[in-house]
Design a protein around this ligand. Structure first.
Ligand SMILES: *[C@@H]1O[C@H](CO)[C@@H](O)[C@H](O)[C@H]1NC(C)=O
Ligand SMILES: *[C@@H]1O[C@H](CO)[C@@H](O)[C@H](O)[C@H]1NC(C)=O
Ligand SMILES: *[C@@H]1O[C@H](CO)[C@@H](O)[C@H](O)[C@H]1NC(C)=O
Length: 601
């Protein structure tokens, strides 16, 4: 039958491969339709019983065709169910067929309670005319646009190509009010939508509000705006806050952006993403001295070895020369050039100390001079390098693993999903960090932005925070120098934030397209710059110099302490040895004193 061919051609021209049909035809007609569909590559599922309808809308990730014969008994049940469940949405292309001539009164009467919102794709096909229908809102009249008579597949494809998209055609929402809500979590700090003094509080509603107001002007609708104080968390399958209102169908649109997350996705949809967030670990690089021994850093291992070789060789040569001088000359200094004395000379040279040794042998003098000169060069570069290390900002911590190993304390910004980021992270390094540094702290790990950033300032503290709010506070409270050493390490990727709409909202595509347009022309970027602070600039030159603290010279103090302890220990040992030898001497040679006395006398 030609009519069946036309039906299938309609869905093929819309590039659909799955068709759900609500019909009350004779079995052979149904079989014919299914057969034709199969030949054209369209899978047809027919529902003849209007009392037991399948899930409407069938929410899949692909588009789907829907066919309804309006002259069937109880066809209004399908319309009603589809309206209340919002099945007239952009994923479902509906074709409503009526086998009599077009009668607009009949159409209006039949679709009186049908909710075909601007996102819907509903075509009403009478025997002589096809029309496209939608309504701006449930209390508004049906808008009927003629598409001409039912045509062949080629002609339909041409028609769809010629027809502007639904978003372009339906841009005038006739000044209706849309039920919406925004989030103000701390009303005591709210001083209007243009108040920039507390940018870190409720940033997302504030950055999204002007965008949606523009959207409202653009699409000619108004907001029936409520105020709630929570984004919405799941308890027992139902959400509270704004998401909860949407889950219960009390809202059409949320004037805020929120994280695109799987659990929320089950109950709300999102129309367009607004800003990208970074939730990195923010900290001030600890100075080098905090993470390593400054005194060992200036030279590479090769230089240390070379120096040891030079001064070792100097001591050895000096001993050798001493032996030669003792044998061949009458040099007064020669007897003192023993191995131990040469070694002491070498150590003294390293420490830039001269020696009272003044041998006459010229070769020994040349050797001493060269050793001193080598020591001078080594010492100069060593001290210069130490100063440079103490002044340069350190790059000690670069990865999450470095952070885990470092002595840094850790904190996390207090947000709805503070725990989830870490729990959901699959990266073993992040997991290790969480278990080692955050879990033992319990609730104390979660801080407000202001407190966390203040602790970052005093050092050795890394704070996982949404960057723009952190930078806002940093630019207000930090000195230039403190801004310089700031470092971020990425621990995990935050989801995008997007504008939520009611699940299967009838305005999702319309709003989404206009918001994306705002992104493309740069409006979104403009508001992002107003509300989200960028990283504060660091003027490295204007920082002055770092004063060296006790921590920086701690290794030297350790050496001093160790030396002192060793000296005390040696003293005790010497006293002990003396005591032991005395008692032994007294026991073995009781008259030794007499002998000695006689000798002296
Ligand atoms: C239409 O619905 C009524 C009640 O809802 C039912 O009694 C009747 O049988 C239905 N008709 C058909 C054709 O299914
Ligand atoms: C159109 O439909 C209405 C209501 O179903 C009916 O009263 C009217 O007579 C119809 N008009 C034509 C021209 O068929
Ligand atoms: C969650 O649901 C269970 C069973 O339905 C109920 O016993 C419990 O009280 C609910 N908890 C909350 C917080 O609503």
């Amino acid at each position: 039958m030609d009519f069946f061919n036309l039906l299938i051609a309609f869905f093929v021209s819309k590039k659909l491969t799955l068709l759900t049909a609500f019909l009350c035809w004779r079995p052979e007609e149904v079989t014919e339709l299914v057969k034709l569909g199969r030949e054209a590559g369209v899978r047809v599922r027919v529902h003849l019983d209007f009392q037991r309808l399948p899930a409407l809308p069938a929410y899949r990730t692909f588009r789907e065709g829907m066919l309804l014969d309006i002259r069937c008994d109880n066809s209004s049940r399908v319309l009603d169910t589809a309206s209340s469940e919002r099945a007239f949405n952009l994923r479902h292309s509906w074709l409503i067929i009526d086998d009599s001539p077009f009668n607009v009164t009949y159409l209006e009467n039949t679709l009186e309670d049908t909710l075909v919102l601007p996102d819907g794709d509903v075509t009403w096909a009478s025997s002589d005319l096809m029309v496209d229908i939608y309504r701006v809102k449930d209390d508004q009249p049906v808008v009927v646009t003629s598409l001409g008579a039912m045509k062949s597949q080629i002609e339909l494809e041409r028609l769809w190509a010629r027809l502007p998209t639904a978003v372009t055609r339906r841009k005038n929402l006739n000044n209706v009010y849309l039920k919406s809500a925004t989030i103000i979590t701390q009303p005591q700090y709210f001083k209007g939508w243009n108040d920039l003094s507390n940018r870190q509080i409720d940033t997302f509603p504030k950055v999204t509000y002007p965008l949606l107001m523009l959207c409202g002007e653009d699409l000619k609708f108004r907001f029936n705006l409520k105020q709630v104080d929570l984004y919405g968390e799941e308890h027992n399958g139902s959400f509270d806050g704004l998401v909860g209102l949407m889950q219960r169908g009390e809202l059409e649109l949320g004037v805020t952006s929120m994280f695109l997350r799987g659990d929320r996705w089950r109950v709300v949809h999102f129309c367009a993403e607004t800003v990208e967030l970074k939730g990195n670990f923010l900290f001030r690089q600890p100075s080098r001295s905090a993470v390593s021994n400054v005194f060992a850093l200036p030279f590479s291992r090769g230089v240390w070895l070379a120096l040891a070789a030079v001064f070792g060789a100097a001591a050895a040569l000096l001993t050798l020369f001493g032996a030669v001088a003792r044998r061949c000359t009458t040099d007064a200094a020669a007897p003192r050039l023993t191995l131990l004395e040469s070694f002491t000379y070498s150590v003294g040279t390293i420490c830039q100390q001269g020696s009272d040794l003044a041998p006459q042998l010229l070769s020994v003098r040349v050797l001493m001079f060269c050793t001193l000169l080598a020591s001078l060069f080594a010492f100069t570069s060593y001290s210069a390098k130490i100063v440079a290390i103490l002044q340069a900002p350190s790059d000690a911590l670069q990865t999450v693993a470095d952070l885990t190993r470092s002595p840094m304390d850790l904190g996390v910004q207090e947000t709805t999903y503070k725990r989830v980021y870490f729990a959901e992270s699959t990266d073993p390094v992040t997991q290790a960090l969480y278990r080692r540094k955050l879990l033992p702290l319990g609730e104390r790990a979660y801080l407000s932005v202001v407190d966390g950033i203040a602790r970052v300032r005093t050092g050795l503290f890394a704070f996982q925070v949404e960057e723009s709010s952190a930078y806002d506070i940093i630019s207000k409270t930090y000195t230039e120098r403190e801004k310089c050493g700031l470092k971020e390490i990425k621990a995990f990727t935050l989801p995008m934030v997007a504008v939520p709409v009611r699940k299967h909202s009838g305005y999702r595509d319309l709003l989404g397209a206009r918001l994306r347009w705002q992104r493309e022309v740069g409006l979104m970027d403009r508001f992002r710059r107003i509300w989200m602070s960028a990283k504060p600039k660091c003027d490295a030159g204007s920082g002055g110099f770092v004063s060296v603290g006790l921590a920086d010279v701690l290794p030297a103090a350790h050496v001093l302490l160790a030396g002192a302890l060793l000296a005390v220990l040696l003293l005790l040992l010497e006293r002990l040895a003396r005591a032991v030898t005395r008692t032994r001497a007294a026991r073995l040679i009781p008259c030794a004193d007499h002998v000695a006395n006689h000798g002296i006398l």
